[in-house]
Design a binder for this molecule. Structure first.
Ligand code: SF4
Ligand code: SF4
Length: 689
């Protein structure tokens, strides 16, 4: 006989599941609709473009669970539950197709394979649920907060899965075990249950089967209606939507304000000022805590947690749209413009962020806490005129002197006094087109420690025979500090001035030793009309080495660890060139810190933090210095002026000067430049960019 089974076997009124399903789906849809409508309380977002790329990324991250799988235990756990859910859902649809649409698919070998697949994935989902409960309630993973809705949801899923196997087991015990014993083992879980209950008399088995079947159905539809429709479990439907809507601009680029007369566009003062996408982001956050765990501010005892920021925006949205769930958007009533900062989120929270981007990298569903923090800062700075006093001093200096370093005794060109460099102003516009512009940056030109790096870089270029120019006194800040603290107006005025000068000299390629300048020119100036080829000095040196244009002495450094600057690594994916340079100049003993590359831990100097006091918790630079020390390396190499300063302070702060010192990779190469001619050493070719 062809293997198959009667679908509503032993169930009277089985078709009653349809009205129940319709009611359940309607309640769920109402919940989802209420949420979607709440999002409309915000300002319009740009319409999604590049649809095929979005679909691809949604498939990779929703079906493939790519980001979730970055973490072993949590990734496997979620994968088991997710795919268990998907396969059981498909299995249920096939039952409908077979029975109610009379397309007999569940028969023969397909039916046996179907049974096996559903059982494997169902058992996998149970393992996943047990792993989730174990992690949250037994080992109590630190990053997870208490969430009653989560407890209810996993209890529901567990009951649904277990009762599914019980129903199957009772049916097999009453039918297949005696009538078709060769079909039964294909239902791994159900067969196991059947072997246990087979001693029970048939009438009792039938009663147990029917009762469990109804209990299973009612529980499943209750879960769909209330958990998926009205709780965090709506992420099953909404997380893929958020992934689809992800921002596709370069990772390191902040949004450009197009109209400063539009007061609502000057950052996020209330949920009314938030763009639609920021509200979707906040609403779908599942409180997994991955961002919290990696945040340098949260890890060092500051009051900031990216998860909490997102949750507070979500809570404010929900609070302010209570009573308006059906007409909060469009032309209907809108929530009151209640301030977020000061009322719901504290000043210390928003000013603790280093804009390191770790929260963006970690979030499995592409929520962006950092951009919300910058939006909150923008409102504080541009509308309320509030920011930490020390940051204010730096901004005034930027406005008046074109750099943020108040109290520097140096002039812009002093660092190059003995170097005999060419200035574009003396060369004429066309020289910029065919030659490299070395953008020195405010720190490189005005801070003693960083001036050494600029000098080393200039010598490297001269030694390699590269023709290059500098802007000299015409150079001002690229604007990064202003933009990161939220002073978008000041950023744009600096950026536009720089673009005008660079375009006047027809500059094509900019070389910079600062990842912040690098990121700003590369990713943020294009929005304002400044499109240049931008190269970081580690990329450039790696390329010179690969071409044999630099000859270095044999490495004398014993061991080196490289600290990935956030704006070079995480924001711009430049990881190999610095390592290649470090290896060529420092030797093969490169020791990675526990947190490196994409997961590098911030030095504490980004996001304008270099100009703010750090008075709460452990100093971030000291925590990072300890990580560098734990590698046993004698040098910590870096490639960013802020990281260099932060490590200098960190090393002093923990009195570790005798064990480790910090060098920019340009300094390392500068020290290794051969004084005599020799055969150039070959290193692995590293592409620019
Ligand atoms: S950008 Fe970095 S410091 Fe800011 S919230 Fe995210 S992880 Fe924390
Ligand atoms: S923002 Fe993302 S990573 Fe952070 S708690 Fe929410 S879902 Fe998790």
């Amino acid at each position: 006989m062809t293997p198959t089974r009667e679908i509503y076997w032993n169930i009277s009124w089985g078709l009653a599941v349809y009205p129940i399903a319709i009611i359940s789906i309607a309640i769920m849809a109402l919940g989802i609709y209420a949420r979607v409508n709440r999002w409309r309380a915000g300002r319009p977002s740009e319409k999604p473009s590049e649809i095929s790329l979005r679909i691809w990324r949604t498939l990779v991250n929703a079906l493939g669970q790519a980001r979730i799988l970055r973490e072993g235990y949590a990734g496997v756990m979620h994968l088991l539950i997710f795919w268990g859910f998907v396969v059981l859902f498909i299995g249920t649809l096939l039952v409908m197709v077979h029975e109610d649409f009379h397309i007999r698919v569940l028969q023969g070998n397909f039916y046996l394979g179907y049974k096996l697949a559903l059982n494997i994935f169902g058992l996998g989902a149970i393992v996943g649920i047990l792993m989730a409960a174990f992690r949250r309630y037994v080992i109590k993973a630190r990053r997870l907060d208490s969430d009653r809705a989560f407890a209810i949801a996993i209890a529901f899923i567990f009951v649904i899965l277990v009762t599914g196997f019980l129903v199957e087991g009772f049916r097999i015990a009453a039918t297949e075990l005696t009538q078709h014993p060769d079909w039964a083992p294909w239902s791994l879980g159900g067969y196991g249950v059947a072997l246990i209950v087979r001693g029970i008399g048939e009438p009792t088995l039938l009663t147990l089967h029917a009762a469990t079947w109804w209990f299973h159905m009612i529980t499943a539809f209750t879960f769909i209606a209330f958990c998926i429709g009205w709780s965090t479990q709506s992420h099953i439907l909404l997380a893929p939507v958020n992934v689809f809507l992800m921002r596709l601009r370069p990772k390191g680029a902040l949004k450009t304000i197009a109209d400063f007369k539009d007061k609502g566009a000057l950052g996020m003062g209330s949920v009314r000022d938030a763009v639609w996408k920021d509200l979707v982001d906040s609403d779908v956050c599942v409180r997994c805590g991955r961002c919290h765990e990696r945040c340098p501010a949260a890890s060092t005892g500051k009051p900031l947690s990216p998860r909490t920021i997102v949750q507070k925006i979500k809570n404010q949205l929900h609070m302010e749209t209570v009573g308006l769930p059906w007409h909060s958007g469009g032309n209907g009533a809108r929530p009151q413009p209640n301030p977020i900062v000061g009322q719901n989120i504290s000043d210390d929270e928003i000013w603790s962020c280093t804009t390191c981007g770790a929260c963006h990298y970690e979030c499995p569903i592409f929520v962006e806490p950092m951009t919300k923090i910058v939006e909150l800062r923008r409102h504080e700075v541009m509308v309320r005129g509030k920011m930490p006093e020390t940051a204010q001093v730096a901004m005034v200096s930027l406005q008046k002197r074109g750099h943020p370093w108040t109290g520097t005794p140096h002039m812009r060109t002093e660092w190059a006094n003995d170097l005999n460099l060419n200035q574009l102003s003396k060369a004429g516009p066309s020289e910029g087109r065919s030659n490299l512009l070395f953008w020195v940056g405010c720190s490189g030109a005005l801070v003693d420690r960083n001036m050494l790096v600029s000098q080393a870089m200039a010598r490297i270029l001269q030694r390699a025979g590269v023709e290059f120019y500098v802007l000299g006194n015409e150079e001002t800040c690229c604007g990064d500090p202003a933009r990161r603290v939220g002073n978008e107006y000041l950023f744009q005025s600096l950026a536009k001035k720089n673009i005008k000068i660079l375009q006047h000299y027809q500059v094509k390629t900019i070389l910079t030793t600062c990842p912040h300048c690098f990121n700003t020119f590369k990713n943020e100036y294009p929005d304002l009309g400044g499109v240049f080829e931008v190269v970081h000095h580690t990329q450039f040196i790696a390329s010179l080495l690969a071409q044999g244009k630099l000859k270095l002495d044999p490495p004398s450094i014993q061991s080196l660890t490289f600290h990935d600057p956030c704006y070079l690594g995480r924001h711009n994916d430049v990881y190999e060139p610095p390592r290649s340079v470090a290896q060529a100049a420092g030797g093969s003993d490169i020791r990675e810190m526990v947190r490196s590359r994409e997961r590098s831990f911030c030095c504490g100097g980004g996001g304008g933090r270099a100009w703010m006091e750090e008075t709460i918790g452990t100093r971030i630079n000291q925590m990072r210095t300890r990580e560098a020390l734990s590698t046993g390396a004698s040098i910590v190499g870096t490639a960013c002026p802020f990281c260099l300063q932060m490590f200098e302070d960190g090393i002093k702060g923990i009195d570790a000067g005798e064990r480790i010192r910090v060098l920019d990779l340009a300094e390392l190469v500068g020290q290794a430049l051969q004084t005599t001619e020799a055969t150039p050493r070959q290193v692995t070719e590293v592409p620019l960019g």
